[in-house]
Design a protein around this ligand. Structure first.
Ligand SMILES: CC(=O)N[C@H]1[C@@H](OP(=O)(O)OP(=O)(O)OC[C@H]2O[C@@H](n3ccc(=O)[nH]c3=O)[C@H](O)[C@@H]2O)O[C@H](CO)[C@@H](O)[C@@H]1O
Ligand SMILES: C=C(OP(=O)(O)O)C(=O)O
Length: 417
């Protein structure tokens, strides 16, 4: 198993090119199941989750080709296996996203129930209830969701919790349903908007994506399209925090600043200077930061996928701050690892009180999930001496060539096999 070895203390400086967004690319890849025509996608990041999704789509029957311009073409002319097996779902929960499109186009789909994971129990009841409201007959058998229908029918669906992949699954299903579907309390995340844009390019009739009411007028068929995936706002935010903590000056390029308002506001509150252009964000810091309170909530509020990184920032900032996680019940797995580096953190329920310490000291720590891994990398970049991060396969699910990008910015980091 690979580990990362980091020698802390170098300020980061330079430009870093941000990759396509994992959480936009994953649903957009599954949109290929909605049409018999080729879907051509650009800016798809090279990540473990993306190869798992391509393997799943390939297993179902989608033909996947990669051209010399790094464009992925998916052709879902025939889909002989309308099933997402447990072996694939267990390594990547986003596999649930094949349910809506497969059912809507073929009238049948079988998807393994995702289990609990490190950050919480993560049920999919709202995906199931929404499809049932559209007329699907759903049985849970032998750990699988088995869904059948004649043709899905438009419905008014009120989701009592804001769910990102739930909104995406139902939006894709509704695109091929008969009649109009209204999704209320829909997720407003930029990745939902990106998926809607791709579906619209494929001929779907969708209004309101980006607001909490999405209206989908179903069509009989969708066609192929050429689409470029949005930039990864969480990767962008992670590099901005890295620059702020190490006292550097970094410009993230090929990114979308308007998707990062809450994160930029918190970085400014912490004392970093942030300037923004059309597709870049530059940050400059002397490394002397103020601790900032953070409370996660659905977009446009502060994203849960940046919580661990700001926890790392607070560990070395001046003063004390609270970090409250409201989305996932168990997303503080990084706390005990940060403590191993000398952080002062007390957890009470969903809130962690972080008191800044003058310095962290390198140690061996273990990555437990994707963003917890990113937070340990950030801590390692400022810790005195050497930090070894074990089980970094979590990091490879969501960060493209992270050690290469950090090395280019001046970090001392290497992967050990
Ligand atoms: C691939 C992808 O895009 N992953 C993102 C997506 O995950 P994902 O879409 O899985 O997360 P959700 O938005 O669904 O989860 C939000 C909350 O809703 C609850 N819930 C969800 C579905 C459901 O049927 N019932 C239910 O109760 C969850 O337990 C959680 O408490 O959004 C999360 C919240 O921004 C991010 O952290 C993940 O990075
Ligand atoms: C939790 C995340 O991803 P997933 O929903 O794919 O587990 C994430 O991207 O931080």
């Amino acid at each position: 198993m690979d580990s990362l070895l980091i020698h802390g203390g170098n300020p980061l400086a330079g430009d870093v090119r941000i990759s396509g967004a994992k959480n936009a690319a994953l649903p957009i890849l599954t949109a290929s199941l909605l049409t018999a025509e080729p879907l051509k996608l650009g800016n798809v990041p090279h990540l473990k989750d993306i190869s798992t999704m391509l393997a799943l789509l390939g297993h179902m029957g989608v033909r996947v080709t990669l051209d010399d311009r790094n464009q992925v073409t998916l052709s879902g002319e025939s889909i002989p296996h309308k099933e997402a097996p447990y072996e694939m779902v267990k390594t990547m929960r986003a596999a649930i996203l094949v349910l809506g499109p497969t059912l809507a186009r073929f009238g049948e789909a079988r998807v393994s129930l995702p289990g609990g994971c490190a950050i919480g129990s993560r049920p999919v009841d709202l995906h199931i209830k929404g499809l049932q409201a559209m007329g699907a007959d759903i049985a849970i058998e032998h750990g699988y969701i088995h869904a059948r229908c004649k043709r899905l029918k438009g419905a008014r669906i009120m989701m009592d919790v804001v769910t990102v992949t739930g909104t995406e699954n139902l939006m894709m299903a509704a695109a091929l349903a008969e009649g109009t579907t209204v999704l209320e309390n829909a997720a407003r995340e930029p990745e939902v908007v990106d998926l809607a844009r791709c579906l619209i390019a494929m001929g779907a009739k969708i209004e309101g994506a980006g607001s909490d009411v999405i209206t989908v007028h179903g069509v009989d068929r969708l066609h192929g399209a050429d689409y470029s995936v949005m930039a990864d706002r969480i990767e962008t935010g992670t590099f901005l925090v890295a620059a702020a903590m190490t006292g550097g000056r970094v410009r993230t390029t090929h990114t979308q600043p308007d998707t990062l308002d809450a994160v930029i506001a918190k970085l400014r509150e912490a004392g970093a200077r942030v300037s923004v252009g059309d597709d870049w964000i530059e940050i400059e810091s002397d490394g002397k930061l103020q601790a900032v309170d953070v409370r996660t909530a659905p977009h446009p509020a502060f994203p849960t996928d940046m919580q661990a990184q700001f926890m790392a920032l607070n560990t070395v900032a001046e003063g004390a701050a609270s970090v409250t996680e409201t989305i996932f019940e168990n997303r503080f797995m990084h706390v005990q690892e940060l403590r191993r580096l000398g952080a002062n953190i007390e957890v009470s329920g969903h809130t962690a009180l972080v008191r800044g310490v003058p310095r962290l000291d390198g140690a061996t720590v273990m990555a437990t999930d994707l963003r917890a891994s990113a937070c340990l990398v950030l801590a390692g970049l400022v810790a005195a001496g050497e930090t070894t991060i074990e089980r970094i396969y979590h990091l490879d699910r969501g960060y493209e060539r992270i050690e290469e990008k950090l090395t280019q910015l001046g970090a001392r980091i290497k992967r050990v096999h």
